[in-house]
Structure formats: structure tokens, C-alpha cells
Design a protein around this ligand. Sequence first.
Ligand code: HDD
Length: 718
Amino acid sequence: MATKNDSVKNTLAAKAAKQKADAVDPRVDLANPLGRMVRGVGGELHQQAEGDQPLLTTNMGIPISDDHNSLRAGPRGSVLLEDFVLREKIFHFDHERIPERVVHARGLGAHGFFELTDSLADKTTAKVLGEVGEKTPVFVRFSTVAGNKGSADLPRDVRGFAVKFYTKEGNWDIVGNNIPVFFIHDAIKFPDLAHAVKEEPDRGWPQAASAHDTFWDWIACTPEAMHMIMWTMSDRAIPRSTRMIQGFGVHSFRLVAADGTSTFVKFHFTPKLGMQSVVWDEAVKINGADPDFHRRDLWEAIDNGDFPEWELGVQLFTQEEADALPFDHLDATKLIPEELIPLRTIGRLVLDRNAANVFDETEQVAYSTANIVPGIDFSDDPLLHGRNFSYLDTQLKRLGSTNFHQIPINTPKCPFANMQREGHMQTIVHPQRVTYTPSLLDPAGPRESAERGFRTFPSPMDGTKVRARPESFADHYSQARQFFLSQTEPEQNHIVAALVFELSKVETLFIRSTMLGHLSVILPELGERVATGLGYVGDIPVITPAVEPTDMPLAPSLSILARPAPLVFGRKVGVLLGDGADANALASLENVLGESGATLKVICPKVGGVTLSDGSLRAAEHQLQGGPSVLFDAVVVLAGADAVARLVNDAAAVAFVHDAFSHLKVIGYGTAAQPLLDKAGVVADDAVVAVDAGGAVFVDRMAAGRRWDREPSVRPVY
Ligand code: HDD
């Protein structure tokens, strides 16, 4: 838990100043007040200078005299085919959409940098991991998986965590998730998984939800998915913010040193803000109140100079250590607990610049697990090999050309040269005569380098061609059990509740019962609790696993709540104000929250604001209907007695307080607001805090997090 001094040290202002110094080589100087890129006479892009307003032209550069009226035969006559200005404008508009990603369609992205703090030069020749202090530009895209591009930000789903490092030796991508394991261990099953979870094709729903028959049908037939199911049913799948999720490379990769030795590596990003999730009822309501909750949160944080940061940690292990593990590290449905192979922190990832244009950058960015640089190599994970094929392939479909690497967000920031030519949308003019190697005609042309070029680690290979799974992948339940048992009690309750919710949406009874069979293999008590929650009558079917699960040591690192998190810094407090609200209490709150790095947002019955006790006017950021408490980490109610009398009869005000209580949040209140708390059913506990005398106690209580032991009194625990 961060101390108060830590938080104070980390005020937003200090952080912003520090990060300003950290900024690296942005492609576009956004300091330009006009913020617009224009083409110069030679076609080069440059920032528009003040007073340098460009002519509105067609794409052919022809100046436009009237952009609002099409060419007509008389003011009331037909539109003429001759109107090339109209034709080009509509033509371009008609073709604005490109296919959305087949999975991970909804995403949000930002620029930043990776700074190496601990060298791995003894393990890898990759410069990005060798030179301490080196800052490598990055572009990160977070995403949900199942939903379409226009879906909401908070379905129960995995979150994509894809990082493109623009290194001096080429682009290196970690295309990871916020969950360290995957549903399957062979890429051949991926289209089935995606088809099962996406909306059902005969009816077109549900959107962005796994709670339906086809998903659970497929899961019930796929025991290897059980470990991942424990994760997706946990609070990991409903994060409070993309700034508060971990990111995992999932697979084992190799690091290859100058002397040719190889070390296995797994990559973990851990958020500085700690991990935090919402509760399910909150997620459901946030999706309605603000479907852009996550993208707004990230955008605003970066815009305010509160730059999100992650530590990059690595788990390093040799072939011998891998062989000694009680499971196969090449199986992507398994993880290596930090308790078994500790994380070594080697750097920090900071996001300090929002994408300038969501389509140009976030939509067009093309990640691939196959993008690795010299000194990093693949392991023999079969899922990884399938992915390496898939990502290149999908970009051609999505972006329409083999030249998608020429789209600025995908272009390496280091020199690149080869003999690949032509293709749709070629934007580079290649003046060379020689487009092949070897050649005597062009001795200065690009040539390979045995020394600097990428070399595959010469791992020995043999075997008979076969379609088979290794026996070492066959234990599908032990790590699922380990995950469940490593959670704190509230987290276990949430997994049970999520399973009850999801399986209650499944209409086909034998899918429900088969799932109960699997859950009982994971842990008999888990199967029983979910059966109770479903009101299931009858015997739970017996499922015989290929390998009987074993009890693995508990791994607290798998829990969110067991890990320390600074729960005030970077959080938002919603203050519901009514006329006559105590100006001193508000000032104290604002002060102490500001010092702790939290933001205060004012909600009033009318957006114009309220008159405080000292006669001053305080405007609101949200009108009450548009600012429900689900949008905030903690809430406060301050209002004079007359205003409270009005709020008591406003359902939105009652719901504001009631929801905050049932979402286990810390509630601050001026004593005049007590009738509203009573109407909302608030029962006093140590997370319901009077703030008349100042905000210090409120902030201290916020640092302790949600009041989990309130939960059994507000919703059933099965
Ligand atoms: Fe994938 C996108 C992560 C397995 C095929 N995947 C995609 C993205 C992320 C992941 C974060 C979004 C990238 C972006 O923001 O543009 N995928 C994973 C992880 C996996 C995984 C962590 C397992 C460890 N994926 C996986 C398999 C296949 C794919 C097994 C196919 C064989 N994934 C794709 C894709 C996507 C994609 C169809 C859709 C859009 C894209 O690639 O660029 O190729």
C-alpha cells in the first residue's frame, strides 16, 4: 500500500513535469496550435503555421470555390454529372470504412516509450533490452475481443494489450492480453473459439458477450479452456481502467545471447496504479452510462499529464529449469506463477501521447507476433506458430495492401531497405534499377549481414509428421484449481457469481449441466456452489479428466486483491452537490484529493451548478442524470438541508448513493445529507465517512479500497 507521502510526492503536476522531460521523438509536433498536417509544394508533410491556412482543394489539389452546393442546371434543376468536386467527395466518403478486426475490433491506443532500467545484455543481443536508459518509442493498443468496433467498453471479456516497440533494429511487437494464459493450445482451434463467442449467426446476438449457448457449448466440449475460463469469470475480465490491467506476452519466447546461448522468457507488464476492477453490476450500468468509459479514461489521463505507466518484468528460465516444471511451458493454457520463477523488472512503459487520429493510428496499426528483432526468438509453442501465420495474413485483408508497413503507424523508425517492390498503394518511389540480389550492377544496394541480421536459434528438431497433442499438455484442471484457490474470498465469490450469471443465460440445459461437471473437476465445491446459484436440480454429470488434477501450491500473485495497489492516485471521486453545500468541506476535499493525485468531479442536479454555503457558484462537470456514481471510484454528497429534501425525491440522486453503497464504495457525506443516505438504504460502516470536518479521513479510507465485507449484505453469495 502506498503511503500518503508517496502519493503526495507523486502529484499530477510533478508527474507531468517529469514526463515532459521523458518525451521522445514524437512524429508530429502537437504543440502547433492549429494541430494540422498539410502538404507542401513538393508533397512533403509539414505542420501548418499560424496564418498559413491552406486552400480547400480536391485530392488532385484543385482549389474548391464552393464546398456546399453541388453543380446544378439552375438553382432548382438536376445535379450535373460533370461535378467532379461532388463526385470525389462522395466517392471518398463511400469508401471510408475498412473491415474491422475479426477479433479485438474495439480498441484504444496511445503513444509512449519504453525505457530500459536493467540490462539483459548478457542474455540477448537485442539492443532494446541491452542499453540501460535507452528510450524506445512505442504504440500500445488495448482492446476487447468479442465485441464489434462499436460495442461498449465493459463487457466481461479478455483485454488485448498489444505493444509495438519501434526499436533501432526494427519493429518488435508483444501482442498480449491482460490474462497470462489462453483458451486453447493449438491455433487450428482459434476460428472455432471466435465463432463460438461472437454473436450467434442465425440471430445476430448477443453483442460483446460470452453469456450465450454457442460459447458455453464450445467451452463444455473443450477441457483445455477451463483454466482460462477461471480467469475470464474473474474480476480480471471487468477492469476499472486499461491503466489498471496487467499485460502478458503469454507464450514463452527465447532470448539469444551473443555467444549463441538461449534463455526462455515470459513478458509481464504490471501497472504502477495497481490492478483494479469494477463489480459486475457496475460494469452493466457503466456500459449504458458511458460506453466509452475506458477510452475516455485513458484519453483524459494522458491529456491531463497523468501518464499511465507499467513495469516490464521478465521471467527468465533455462531449458533445464523448463524441463523441471510440473507442466509444459510450451502449452499456452499454462502459466508460470511468479512464486515459482520471480519477475525481474527490466524497464518501464509510459504512455504520454494520445493517438492524433483514431483511424490513422489506432485502427490502422498492424501488430504481429512474428515481428521480433535479432536477439529474440520464438519458442516451440504451437499456438504461437499459428499466430505468426495469422497476423500477417489478416492485415492484408484489413488494410488492403501488402504495403501496409508504409502506413506511418506501422513504419519502422529505423532505416529499412529490401528488394520488395510495387503492390497496391505503393507510396515509396524507388529510383533504383536493380531490384534483386545478388548484383554486380548495384554494389551499394542493401545486403544481408550475418553479424547484424536476425538469426534463428538453432534448436534441434526431429520427429515424425503427426497431428497429435503432447501428453505434457493434458492436465487441463490443476492450474484452474490453483487459480480459484489463490483468490481472496470476495474474488472467489465473484467467479461463482459470474458463472451463475453466464450459465443462467444458457438456454440449453445439458450445456449447463456439462459445465457443472467440468467445474466439479476443477473443484467439487465450485461445481456445488454454481449449481446452488443456478437452482440446479439433479445430479451433476461426472466428467473424467484425461489427467486427474493435483493440488498445486497457492499463488497469491494471481489475485488482484492480494496485491498492493495505491487506490487513491489516479482515481476519480464524484461529488454530488446541492445548493447550500458546505464550501469549506468541499475545499478541504479538493485539497486533500489533489495532493493525493485523485481528481474530483462535480455532479449537480443542473449542469449550471449550485450555490455553495459561502454564496459562491460551483459549476458541474455532470448533470445528475448523466453522472451516475458508477463512473467514480468513490463518492461524496454535500448539500444544504433544503437541497437534500429535494434530492430525496429525485430517483437519480437516490440511485447515485444506493449504487455507490451496493458497489461497496467509500461514501463521504455532509451530515445534512443523512436523509438521502437513509432513503438510499445506506447502513453505516467505516467506509461511510462524514466529511464536514475535512476530507482527510475520507481519503485514508479510500486508500483501503472497497468495503468487501459489505457485499454479502447487498447481493447473494452462493
Ligand atoms: Fe490474436 C488480434 C492477442 C491468439 C489471430 N490478438 C489480436 C490482438 C491481440 C491479440 C491483443 C489485437 C491486436 C491489435 O490491437 O491490433 N491473440 C492474442 C493472444 C493470443 C491470441 C494473447 C493467445 C495467446 N490470435 C490468437 C490466435 C490466432 C489469433 C491463436 C489465430 C490463429 N488475433 C488474431 C487475428 C487478429 C488478432 C485474427 C485480429 C486483428 C489482428 O489480428 O490484427 O489475426
